[in-house]
Design a protein around this ligand. Structure first.
Ligand SMILES: [Zn+2]
Length: 109
């Protein structure tokens, strides 16, 4: 399922991230929240997505005004990927930034 408000893929009928009840089936072309990364990781991820031909939208969390004051190194970026590309983007992300919690649990069982 898909939360229209924060653009996350969620498992429940109420979004665990923002509490929104505007949950529906994800559709082709829906931008989905992929991850939030710091300045350095954002650069790496951006390169990999480009290499793999995955279209994405990158948004600075603080925005231009604030990041000018605190410096770009402290800003974080959120990545959004069209729903139909999530299946390709997620494994890239996992390869890049360690094993996700669910998989780690399975490994220890
Ligand atoms: Zn939400």
């Amino acid at each position: 399922m898909y939360c229209e408000k924060c653009k996350r893929i969620v498992e429940t009928n109420i979004c665990p991230a923002c509490g929104s009840k505007k949950i529906r089936e994800p559709e082709t072309g829906d931008l989905c929240f992929l991850t939030e990364q710091d300045y350095v990781s954002s650069g790496i991820l951006e390169d990999i997505l480009k290499q793999e031909g995955v279209p994405f939208l990158k948004k600075e969390v603080l925005g231009a005004g604030l990041s000018f004051r605190v410096g770009p190194m402290l800003d974080r970026s959120r990545f959004y990927v069209p729903f139909e590309h999530m299946q390709k983007a997620l494994p890239l992300l996992e390869d890049l930034f360690a094993v996700p919690a669910e998989e780690a649990e399975q490994l220890t069982e």
